[in-house]
Design a binder for this molecule. Sequence first.
Ligand SMILES: Nc1ncnc2c1ncn2[C@@H]1O[C@H](COP(=O)(O)OP(=O)(O)OP(=O)(O)O)[C@@H](O)[C@H]1O
Ligand SMILES: [Mg+2]
Length: 630
Amino acid sequence: MENDRYKQLLVAIEKERLAEEIYYSNIAKQKSDKEKIEAGILLASLVLNKKYYTVGEYVEVQLEKTKNFDKPNKFKVGAGVHLIHQGEETQHFRGTLSHKRKKEIGVIIQFDVISRDMLPDSGTYKLELVYDERPYKVMKSAVAEVIQSKDPYIVDLREGIRKKGKLDYSSQENPDQWKIPQYLNTDQTQAISGILKAGQMGIIHGPPGTGKTTTLAALTKTILQTENKILVCAPSNNAVDLLAQKISELGINVVRIGNVTRINEKVVALTLDEKARNHPDWSYIKEIRIEAEAARKMATTRKRKFGTNERRNRTDMYKESRELKKWARDMQKKLLSSIIGNCQVVATTLVGVSHSYMEGIKFETVIIDEASQCMEPECWNAILKAKRVIFAGDHHQLPPTVKSKEARELGLAHTLLDRMTDSIKHHYLLKTQYRMNDAILKFSNNKFYDGLLESALPNKNHTLKEDTAPIVFIDTSGCGYDENFDPKTRSLYNEGEYFILREHVLQNIEKYSNIEIGIICPYAEQVRYIRGKVLDDKELLSLNIEINSIDGFQGQEKDLIIITLTRSNEMGIIGFLSDYRRLNVAMTRAKKKLVIIGDGATLSSNELYLDLINHVEKEGLLQSAWEYMM
Ligand SMILES: Nc1ncnc2c1ncn2[C@@H]1O[C@H](COP(=O)(O)OP(=O)(O)OP(=O)(O)O)[C@@H](O)[C@H]1O
Ligand SMILES: [Mg+2]
């Protein structure tokens, strides 16, 4: 069976693709627009604000919501969408969501050349989330290439991974020649000097906050002393943004390819689009496009008299327009390749590596962060671009999301990080953490990391100003705050928990001003519900709050984290909360204070949560939600 592991992976990808397709067709079926809007998969009553050619000859449109702009939805940057124009006849365009603000939505239309005139200025538009086949195509073709590859580097890795072999070939480089950044601790420095010697594969692993991402950034800077260009990747746009920003802060020229999820100027400035727009040649390209458009317009203007001369003129104009367009396209292509050619680091998601801009570019090294969350086929998509791969991740954090049970059984949820850490020579463990107050760390440390983790000073004892309880559990047992199931999204929310959360924040509003706050909800519907509520809440809006799922917070940190666990039912069912990795990731995002809101009676049916509540009772502050209801 092992011999067929790569063929088996191909089957697993197809099973997963099918599961995803069925999931989408089920939500799209038999539902009215109103229901789709309620379920957050359709935005209606949109008007077209702007349309322009963006980098790569694509047409990008900016749509404005005229209604429901406070209604939470499931649209995420990078998602596949259908843009539907409702005029005399309905027109459909396939696209990708490029940005998202409160009232404004950006969509890149997915055909190479489509005239922007095809998109009517008047009338209303609808935008619907659709099933996106691309990631599966990319993964399949990567695995197929691995199976057939004769490239000695790939064959070595393929067979090494298949046999769980040693892969201990070391390069001949002498790490003493390298200048490794001074701000790192001993473990981090050793990891870098070890990895510099790694042949085909290196792994940096370690618990949350031990500086894996920080070390990868420093490693990138070090490797650039001998290599011209490095590819850095992660499974999600979010994680790529974090890593790209950290690397760019070291003064390295990073180009971010793909859609960024953060409305953060520092990250936006790294994108290929933004770099192209800010380039002096860009205005020149724009001028040529305007001329081409003018020539095309002249050619199509209706003439009353249409003789030989007019016909010749028209043909000339068409020709000129076409030539100008081609010229603009060639110039743009050159500009983009020169931006990518001159950069030191290309940052993109694992699937984004297949972007047409990356065609023909090869690297010596590819670096992959958040490797515990990557499916093997997507990793291969990046590995195929280089001669060696460096992973960083933590086995006790979130695994890849695989919907299909069959795909899981065929191994799609098994990561290369898990498979290879104990068998390869170059793996390095980081164990000093810089993020959490010790009281926050202690539970995870004892429960998941055998107490191995140490805290660095002065972070060990840092707290919010005049705060005495870094870890708090607010127990809602007996308050009647039952969970609600939303049949459309098949997800859960809990209004009562949000009520307590809000009361807690208001009682501490002074302490919570001017700090970074994260609200983590394990369930998507609770994320949507709270986002919607906060948008209407002046007091909460005045704070610096980010609301997201556990996935959305992986890799990040905030001064204060509030987790709303959501589950509350008489049967003591806690669903996927029972996966300890979820709780681990959620808790370890907090730097100075962690507040957990949950129904102790429901949660205690699970030993992990029973231990958590006992832990907080002993080491922190256990409160009853009643205290907030007086
Ligand atoms: N050597 C160091 N000295 C001081 N601060 C450090 C050091 N290494 C990391 N940090 C800080 O520790 C925090 C956590 O680092 P980082 O995000 O790199 O950890 P991580 O291991 O990637 O965490 P996660 O598992 O959550 O992804 C950051 O604020 C970072 O700046
Ligand atoms: Mg990290």
